[in-house]
Design a protein around this ligand. Structure first.
Ligand code: ACG
Length: 549
């Protein structure tokens, strides 16, 4: 290894400072080599408390009139998401976008990539993406993109080559057998995970059109880290990592998920991203239980927050919020919050949400019940970590009428006009029902709308350090319908209380501190004295009280 002059100088300085003058027998390891063995620390505190917004570009806004949403359309709508002016409140005020896959792909959803270096032409050009990044950054909006590490499309040139011959140069970029061992998908069902190719049987946990990359292969690992580094250098602020449970498989059934080699590969990938851009963020998709999700943070002793993935979507908490709001009882959320406190490492950054693009929309699960949708939003936006909103959730956008995934990803309704303000052409897919009322234009002017509710709670979260970054401590309200917890940051402490039922509720709280109501529209009161308060909440009310010490 060539030793740079800096490293020799460093060695001399070290020698000069460490006692009698001796020329080093062998110069100290070059600084850069030493530096590269030290895990850089993350510098992404911007993500702690940030509100993310998941966008399906194809369904958000169509600028070129072909019925398909595109990057220029999304750019034109950024002021709806964040106009860059904290003093205004007619934008949603989110802090960051997650773009579902935007790289070249033969499918409508883009989760099977054919070119990691270029934007899907259906969404526009690489220059359109650069323009979107610049426009977002001008507004203080961060942008993370979906990065599908686990597999490519079977139409990716790498796979076409690998499948062409057992002696292909990239054969070992994928996983091969001579027979189909009959493994089925680890989440159930009878779909096989080994598929017949032109020159062997290959592994693809999802389907034959998505051959899994071989993450045991260091060439694959370094290639994917290089792709990430180039997009980071281009200005991307991080990645949502798809299907991170599945990188390495050691056998059938549950040996296809959560394997030690997968964790090792993610730690290596995360360290590479951290070195490339410590300001960036990674959020993993590990759709499983709390204890297994916790393992994806890695070791918090090696690095604050963990040395593997700095964030993972909190699927159990998502289900618990919807269950608790549906049932009017806090216990499901309370149980999950206790599991998080038990399993997650110190400093772990949670990524709570309600539903995502793989799940039936929350408005349909909650039967478009306005009170329940308001409760779900208020609970989500008062939790620790980085809450994620799924586009249209803020409108009460319903699921389409079918069971296929496409019905979870229908076009964004901007107004009640025939094209919905989404496109001047026939949209690529039908709007979901309810667009007449559930659209941006109709809800923007209505202080009682769900959209106005989301705007107020995002603004409240931004206004209170304790809501953004405070530790959570459950408070026993001794009332099953009331979810109560404190959030404590260095500068302030707040009490958060949600009445998950439709009836007025009362609860006694043994809390110290003098309360002042932060939520102006909440029908709530705290009476009594420090240490013994009576909380009263109207049906469906959510309230935040600052607790002066
Ligand atoms: C990602 C993307 C998804 C995408 C792909 C493929 C992967 O979000 O849009 O599909 O690139 C599994 C995988 C996930 C995957 C989903 C679809 N999502 O782990 O990475 O499938 C259980 C398992 C999960 C499993 C889930 C599937 O644990 O691992 O996710 O089932 O339903 C409770 C349990 C929890 C259980 C859930 C659900 O919560 O605690 O363990 O999860 O119930 O039962 C893309 C397209 C799709 C297309 C696909 C081929 O978007 O439309 O179909 O490609």
């Amino acid at each position: 290894m060539r030793h740079s002059s800096a490293s020799v100088l460093a060695a001399l300085l070290l020698t000069a400072c460490s006692g009698p003058r001796r020329m080093p027998v062998t110069p100290a390891a070059p600084l850069e080599a030493a530096a590269s063995s030290e895990p850089a620390t993350w510098r992404h505190d911007w993500a702690r408390g940030a509100v993310f917004y998941e966008v399906f570009v194809r369904s958000f806004s169509d600028a070129d009139g072909d019925g398909v949403g595109d990057l220029r359309g999304l750019t034109a709508k950024l002021d709806y998401l964040n106009d860059g002016n904290p003093a205004t409140h007619d934008d949603l005020g989110v802090d960051a976008l997650w773009l579902m896959p935007i790289f070249a792909s033969p499918s409508y959803h883009g989760y099977d990539t054919t070119d990691y270096e270029h934007v899907n032409p259906a969404y526009g050009s690489d220059a359109d993406f650069d323009a979107l990044l610049a426009a977002a950054h001008r507004r203080g909006l961060k942008v993370i993109v979906d990065l599908v590490l686990n597999h490519t499309s079977s139409q990716h040139p790498w796979f076409v080559e690998a499948d062409g011959s057992p002696n292909a140069a990239r054969r070992d970029w994928y996983v091969w057998r001579t027979d189909d061992p009959g493994w089925t998908q680890p989440w159930g069902g009878n779909n096989h995970t080994w598929h017949a190719g032109r020159s062997g049987v290959y592994y693809g946990v999802f389907w034959g059109g998505m051959p899994d990359l071989n993450w045991r292969n260091p060439q694959v690992r370094s290639t994917m880290a290089g792709i990430a580094a180039r997009w980071l250098a281009r200005g991307v602020d991080g990645f949502r990592l798809d299907a991170t449970r599945h990188l390495v498989e050691n056998g059938p059934d549950q040996d296809q998920v959560d394997q030690p080699e997968t964790h090792a590969a993610l730690r290596e990938f995360s360290a590479a991203v951290r070195r490339a851009k410590p300001e960036s963020i990674l959020v993993g998709e590990n759709w499983t239980e709390s204890a297994a999700i916790a393992a994806y943070y890695g070791d918090a002793k090696a690095l604050p927050g963990g040395d593997e993935l700095p964030m993972s979507f909190d699927f159990p908490l998502a289900g618990a919020i919807v269950d608790s709001v549906q049932s009017g009882r806090a216990e499901s959320v309370e149980q999950t919050l206790r599991a998080i406190a038990r399993f997650y490492p110190a400093g772990a950054l949670d990524a709570p949400f309600l539903t995502n693009h793989d799940m039936r929309r929350v408005a349909s699960t909650l039967q478009s019940d306005a009170r329940k949708l308001r409760s779900a939003a208020a609970v989500l936006l008062t939790l620790p970590g980085a809450p994620f909103l799924y586009y249209g959730e803020e409108l009460g956008l319903q699921n389409g009428p079918g069971g296929d995934d496409t019905f979870k990803r229908t076009p964004m309704p901007w107004n009640a006009a025939p094209g919905g303000g989404f496109s001047s052409a026939k949209p690529w897919f039908d709007f979901a029902p309810g667009r007449e009322r559930e659209n941006v234009a109709a809800e923007t002017g209505d202080a009682r709308s769900l959209l106005s509710h989301y705007r107020r709670w995002v603004a409240l979260r931004h206004s209170a350090a304790a809501l953004r970054d405070g530790d959570l401590e459950l408070i026993s309200a001794a009332n099953p319908a009331v979810l109560a917890f404190t959030r404590t940051a260095a500068s302030e402490r707040v009490l958060v209380a949600h009445n998950l039922s439709g009836q007025p509720q009362e609860a006694t709280l043994a809390l110290v501190g003098t309360p002042s109501l932060l939520t102006p529209d909440a029908e709530a009161s705290l009476t009594g004295e420090s240490g013994h308060w009576t909380l009263r909440l109207a049906g469906g009310a959510s309230a935040v009280f600052r607790l002066a010490r």
